[in-house]
Design a protein around this ligand. Structure first.
Ligand code: 3PG
Ligand code: CO
Length: 555
């Protein structure tokens, strides 16, 4: 028996072209002036809600519904697209690292043993995002890892920090650096040689993704490995304070800096015999550095010096590439994704986004797996993102280009599923620029319109949803929902994602007349979407998938 074969759906037909649209960072929240989706002219998205309420609903996109440790964890693209694609809820990296640290199992694993081999003669370097955002990393996990490493024999430690301001409030980095400095000074009192060695803002140093801009990784490499950076400071608190004084400076884009000793020499470059751990659990923004640290053959930039190190990721970031080969915690085993099933059942798939979100509808959608399942059945198209800008200056991004590609794919008749991610609400929302985010939301709505027009033409079906909230709330609020002011009386802008649910709408001429959202899955979330889409393709979902959101009533 072919384990991949899906049963036919008893009522829903096959052969409909389905547009699967993910609006990145598009949640549902109370309408007010800081809800950019509300402020923006978004007639298409509005129409789903008002004209066909039985085909529009909200689903959960944060917390345990997407495998995160708690209900205080906002949603994010990795866990969101994993859930959308996999149809089940997997305990995610954040949670798995928590468990491994709490039980101490992390220190018994192969990965830790591998880096420990360097503790006697080398330095342990920890590189990662310094915040409590919980999207890529978490400060408390770094703190536990520091403590555990020392208990397990690490005597010399250097931390290479990346400041956040994107998953947490801008300006909060200084507090995180102070906390880390305090921890390191406590370690120094115990005779451990522990210091921050370098730093920089996450969007400008190291944490690029999907090979959008290798210069970002190079800037980090130069500071972390070579000890070279345009700014040198004696300590990191001073560095962040000083660099933030520049006009327009923010945590996300701080320039790279190295920490130097009294003679001006870097305190912690990465050298032969050292151990390196990248302590982010999330894959997308660590993969490029992992390649630079691990690959012998590497031509993305001149590494100048390639130290012979023992390198481990917090997790293995890419299961297909087995990258990195050593890691402290095993990643979630996201298997049997809907994409893989559908390809086995004859569904020809097209997926597209621009570079900064391309891996979301391919790599994340397919369970953190790069490449195709079956290249004859699938086509993935990446539209190059603009490089070296913040997207508030270009809020339209490539939304229309993505929609055009989707339209052409739909009209070509070559595909059964056309899947896209429209990045605008999220990428512009992260800049904290409210006016630009309003423009971003309008453009995303225009793009949705183009796609559903094409679906109309071919008699297809559309499924429009989102991966998590962002643009629908741009300010930090108190418990009652009132916007909070900082000590200078200015609004506290929220650059991060939110805890809000997201909409899902289905429709199009190909949708069976009696198909509508059932009302017995009130707590449905992103993981329920995969079964729903399988149904719309004419199949029953595998029995262990989260239940479908739809039913078909006889009219
Ligand atoms: C980022 O990496 O840009 C943010 O930390 C999270 O955004 P995303 O989850 O929407 O990619
Ligand atoms: Co985001």
């Amino acid at each position: 028996q072919n384990a991949w074969k899906l049963a036919d759906h008893p009522k829903l037909p096959k052969g409909r072209t389905i547009a699967m649209v993910v609006l990145d960072g598009w949640g549902e929240a109370k309408p007010d002036q800081y809800n950019c989706i509300h402020v923006a002219h978004t007639p298409t998205m509005d129409s789903f809600k008002t004209t066909a309420p039985e085909k529009w609903r909200l689903i959960k996109a944060h917390g345990t519904a997407v495998g995160l440790p708690s209900e205080d964890d906002m949603g994010n693209s990795e866990v969101g697209h994993n859930a959308l694609g996999a149809g089940r809820i997997f305990a995610q990296g954040a949670k798995l690292v928590d468990l491994a640290l709490a039980s101490g199992k992390i220190y018994d694993g192969e990965g830790f043993k591998y880096i420990k081999e360097c503790f006697d003669n080398g330095i342990l370097h920890l590189i990662g995002l310094l915040s409590d955002g919980g999207v890529h990393s978490r400060l408390d996990q770094l703190q536990l890892l520091l403590k555990g490493a020392v208990e397990n024999g690490a005597k010399r430690i250097r931390v290479h920090i990346l400041t956040d301001g994107r998953d947490v409030l801008d300006g909060s980095s200084i507090g995180f650096v102070e906390t880390l400095e305090k921890d390191l000074s406590d370690l120094r009192e115990k005779g451990i040689d522990a210091q921050i060695a370098s730093g920089g803002g996450r969007m400008y140093v190291t944490m690029d993704r999907y090979e959008n801009d290798w210069d970002v990784v190079k800037r980090g490499w130069d500071a972390q490995v070579l000890g070279e950076a345009p700014y040198k400071f004696r300590n990191a608190v001073e560095a962040v304070k000083k660099l933030r004084e520049e006009p327009k400076a923010n945590d996300q884009y701080l320039p790279p800096f190295v920490i130097v000793d009294e003679s001006g020499n870097p305190v912690g470059t990465i050298k032969d015999g050292d151990a390196v751990v990248t302590f982010n659990f999330r894959a997308d923004r660590m993969t490029m550095l992992a390649k630079a640290l691990e690959y012998e053959d590497f031509d993305k930039f001149d590494r100048v010096r390639v130290p012979k190190i023992h390198y481990a990721g917090m997790l293995q970031y890419d299961g297909e590439l087995k990258l990195p080969s050593h890691y402290l915690v095993s990643p979630p085993e996201i298997d049997r994704t809907s994409g893989e099933y559908l390809v086995h059942n004859g569904i020809r798939t097209f997926a597209c986004s621009e570079t900064v979100k391309f891996g979301h509808v391919t790599f994340f959608w397919n369970g953190n797996r790069s490449g195709y399942f079956n290249q004859e059945m699938e086509e993935y198209v990446e539209i190059p993102s603009d490089v070296g800008i913040t997207f508030n200056v270009q809020p339209k991004m490539k939304a229309i280009e993505i929609a055009e590609k989707a339209r052409d794919a739909i009209l070509s008749g070559k595909f059964d599923q056309v899947r896209v991610n429209l990045p605008n609400g999220d990428m512009v929302g992260h800049t904290g620029d409210i006016e630009a985010t309003v423009v971003a939301c309008k453009v995303a709505d225009d793009a949705v319109k183009m796609i559903i027009d094409a679906i109309e033409q071919v008699g297809g079906i559309f499924v429009i949803t989102a991966d998590h909230g962002n643009a629908e709330d741009m300010v930090k609020r108190d418990k009652s929902g009132k916007p909070l002011l900082d000590k200078n009386g200015s609004l506290q802008i929220l650059t991060s994602h939110t805890l809000q649910p997201v909409p899902i709408a289905i429709g199009g001429p190909g949708l069976a007349p009696g198909a509508r959202f059932r009302n017995d899955v009130p707590t449905g979330g992103l993981a329920n979407v995969a079964a729903t889409v399988m149904n719309l393709h004419g199949f029953e979902a595998p029995s262990d998938y989260e239940p479908t959101l739809i039913e078909v009533v006889d009219n």
